[in-house]
Design a protein around this ligand. Structure first.
Ligand SMILES: [Zn+2]
Length: 131
């Protein structure tokens, strides 16, 4: 389970995601086309991007919590899905291999929430500066 799983997206995949993101397109649909490790890679990449924009926008005030608090808590999500993984296991990174349907659905929700946050940071910055 923990052997070297390559989670990195290719530069092209990253650019595709950013392009869609800037155009305001729904990027969670991309998940259906990606294999399991790429789905995890996409999640990592979006977190990195959100943190970068969040820090530009909010500086030291930025906290991942402002994004995670909008997400369904894992225990509640598991109940809704009838997922029988232990709570700490029901994460995209792990669950995607044991219970892909549950994990993909969850990651879609997370991706949408992270994308909304990135949009918010971009629009705040666009108001502050003239590009
Ligand atoms: Zn699960």
């Amino acid at each position: 389970m923990y052997e070297n799983i390559k989670n990195d997206l290719s530069p092209k995949e990253k650019i595709d995601i950013l392009f869609k993101l800037f155009k305001g397109e729904n990027i969670s649909e991309l998940i259906d086309k990606l294999d399991n490790s790429a789905v995890v890679g996409m999640q990592y990449f979006l977190w990195e991007t959100a943190a970068e924009f969040g820090i530009i926008c909010r500086g030291k005030e930025f906290s991942r919590k402002e994004i995670t608090r909008k997400m369904t808590p894992t225990s509640k999500y598991q109940q809704q899905q009838g997922c029988s993984e232990r709570t700490y296991s029901c994460k995209g990174t792990y669950c995607i291999h044991t219970n892909p349907d549950c994990a993909r659905k969850k990651i879609k929700e997370h991706v949408n929430i992270i994308a909304q946050a990135i949009h918010q940071y971009i629009s705040i910055e666009q108001q502050n500066e003239s590009f």
